[in-house]
Design a binder for this molecule. Structure first.
Ligand code: ADP
Ligand code: 5GP
Length: 294
């Protein structure tokens, strides 16, 4: 093996200083990625002029994305055929494209659609509104995955993608979900790629999801508009839950208790709409998406 060069103490100090500055630079960049201020495309531009970033391992960059830990970073690299020790400067063109497809965060430029997240207490009418929106064709409406069992008349692939616990676990591990959360003893998640594709195609996208998932989307995607649907009155919410034939009385009582907690979270949302009439809510959502574009 070649002997290391003999360095003077100034040269050693300079080398140590350079290594320290590179580490600090990489830490800054990772922190900006975590906050959503630097996209994967920005990183690939940056590495053309920034040696410290160019030498960062790809796994280290991926781990700095919010919601991506070591396990998902490694699983993603394996799936895309990228060596676990590869540095950013060593990526080939196809590998860069694959990473952009996987990690790009759409920004609301003229061609991208708007992402609207509709949430609110159980029974307020979220799925009724989302069904109407689906008919209107004004939005592309995401189909969620869930581990709960299908209810009467629910169709796999249309109402939900019904997954086993093992399949859902695999989805979490390989980055299939944009967000996911536990709700009422089951897990629910939004498949990521169809949402990105629809937004890139310029379609406005609607996610009808519970509150924890909505907060996750906002954290990763500040352009998303979070809409909270409130009932006209508490009594009306109780009556809508009572009217639903799909729940047992015990389940309905649980849902009411939960609804109280859920309604306390309304102030975290960008917009609050009252679901007195479904058509009015649909119109407001369409207006909101259009106003974001203009
Ligand atoms: P969520 O998806 O929020 O749990 P649903 O869409 O299942 O709620 O609606 C709960 C019940 O309320 C359903 O019986 C539905 O028909 C009814 N509902 C929804 N929106 C309205 C509305 N604007 N006026 C009256 N009833 C409504
Ligand atoms: P249900 O079982 O009544 O269809 O839905 C229960 C709850 O799960 C609802 O509040 C619904 O909005 C929420 N939900 C449906 N799909 C998703 C999803 O993909 N992610 C999250 N976080 N919640 C979801």
């Amino acid at each position: 093996m070649k002997r290391p060069p003999v360095l003077t103490s100034e040269q050693r100090n300079a080398a140590l200083e350079k290594a320290r500055a590179s580490r600090a630079r990489r830490a800054d960049v990772k922190s900006e990625v975590r906050k959503g201020n630097l996209s994967i495309e920005d990183i690939f531009t940056l590495i053309q002029s920034d040696e410290a970033v160019a030498k960062m391992r790809v796994a280290e960059l991926l781990e700095s994305y919010a919601g991506v830990g070591k396990v998902r970073a490694i699983a993603t690299l394996d799936r895309l055929g990228i060596s676990r020790t590869r540095r950013l400067q060593g990526l080939g063109t196809h590998q860069r494209h694959a990473l952009i497809k996987e990690f790009s965060i759409p920004r609301n430029d003229a061609h991208d659609g708007t992402l609207i997240v509709l949430s609110g207490p159980g029974g307020v009418g979220k799925s009724t509104v989302s069904r109407e929106i689906r008919k209107s064709n004004d939005f592309w409406v995401s189909v969620s995955a869930t581990t709960r069992k299908p209810r009467d008349k629910e169709v796999h692939g249309i109402d939900y993608i019904f997954l086993s616990d093992e399949e859902f676990d695999r989805g979490i591990g390989n980055g299939y979900f944009l967000e996911w959360a536990h709700f009422a003893g089951a897990r629910y998640g939004t498949p990521r790629q169809p949402v990105l594709d629809a937004l890139h195609d310029g379609k406005d996208v609607l996610l009808e999801i519970e509150i924890e998932g909505a907060k996750q989307v906002k954290k990763n995607w500040s352009d998303a508009i979070l809409v909270f649907l409130n009932p006209p009155t508490w009594e009306e919410l109780v009556s809508r839950l009572e009217g639903r034939a799909t729940d047992t009385p015990e389940r309905r009582a649980e849902r009411l208790a939960l609804a109280q907690d859920e309604m306390a979270q309304a102030p975290l949302f960008d917009q609050i709409l009252v679901n007195d009439e479904v058509d009015k809510v649909v119109e407001s959502l369409i207006r909101l998406a259009h106003s974001q574009r203009s």
